[in-house]
Ligand binder design. Sequence first.
Ligand code: B12
Length: 344
Amino acid sequence: MNEQLVSMITQLVMEQIGNKGSDKSSHEPTVPIEDKKETLIKFHDTVVNANYAAEEVASSSTTEQSNEPLIKLYNTESSNHEQSYYSASNDESTYTSVPITEFKFEEDEVSESVQAAKKHTPARIGVGRAGTRPKTKTWLKFRLDHAAAVDAVYGEVTEGLLQKLDVFQVTTKVTDKEEYITRPDLGRRLSDEAKTLIQSECKKNPKVQIIISNGLSASAIEENVQDVYLALQQSLGNLNIEIGTTFYIDKGRVALMDEIGELLQAEVIVYLIGERPGLVSAESMSAYICYQPRIGTVEADRMVVSNIHKGGIPPLEAGAYLGTVVQKILHYKASGVGLVAKEG
Ligand code: B12
């Protein structure tokens, strides 16, 4: 991402937030749902043993060599794409690889009111049915989203990204993903090595300590963290708020910020973490923020800016906005319910 461009956007967002004052709608998504490109179901380079292809070929009894493709996959949106096909010859089926990757089902006919409702939510409404079952299209999309959710939870943030962010990595008391899922309490505690490393590498008593964790979605971090982090750094820089030494935590939970706050005596912690994936987006990130988090901090003192992804709060906007939230927290020396009470 071009730093100058990020700087310009950060500045614009901060000015806008400034103009809006405490207008809560400033962190509403700016991308209207109807403007987002619908994700098509993609059949990637279908391989020989894929059930779908195999069934189609098996259903054809043709044994003669023919120049005509048996199955054609069309991209209905563009005529520029090549057609590609599978062909069967004699007993052995040979398959030509499939450069066309998009397949579009017919649009369902839905009433105007359902169409209107669909514009306001990415939820699976007005999807029709085939008898008592969901239609193939709906079912495939559901399975795709479910697979993306599983990948997000079990995936890892790449070394390359951590290098780009220039952060070091620590672990919690969790040993593997299964334990991470079943023992949230262990994800709220640093490993002994992590404590030593943090103490030796990080600046003490930082005004703002930024921490990053895959949490429940590595994809969320891969997709959003670079932009959010850059915009947040610029936003805090513009506000003359000094930042501590950022680091990455593998398999962290939100309340881990309490132990880190205690260890570094941080004034504010901004914790960028992958959200539990739903079946709409598996790439959604949250920023949890707290004033002086310490062991024993109550949940009501934390704040969250959630739903940060390209279909929700755009990452650059979120980063810029977070800077202004931190500014407010530092001003009132409180976060969460305490901040609301002080703000009046
Ligand atoms: C799971 C979840 C919960 C679970 C958390 C338990 C758990 N460990 O799984 C439960 C059911 C307890 C919960 C409760 C609440 N939640 Co909730 N929750 C979520 C959800 C679906 C995922 C959060 C996540 O992935 N966190 C990351 C993982 C790694 O964190 P964790 O350490 O495992 O769990 C911690 C966080 O999830 C955090 N947390 C969860 N919800 C909230 C809400 C707020 C305001 C805060 C500060 C923290 C917080 O508390 C957990 C324990 O420390 C999000 C949806 C989303 N898109 O993010 C909504 C979401 C974050 N929750 C929300 C709300 C409103 C609440 C409640 C205030 C509801 C209520 N009226 O009681 C409470 C507050 C809980 C709190 N800790 O203060 C809203 C926040 C809206 C906003 N922008 O302010 C969200 C975005 C849902 C939504 N779209 O409305 N939540």
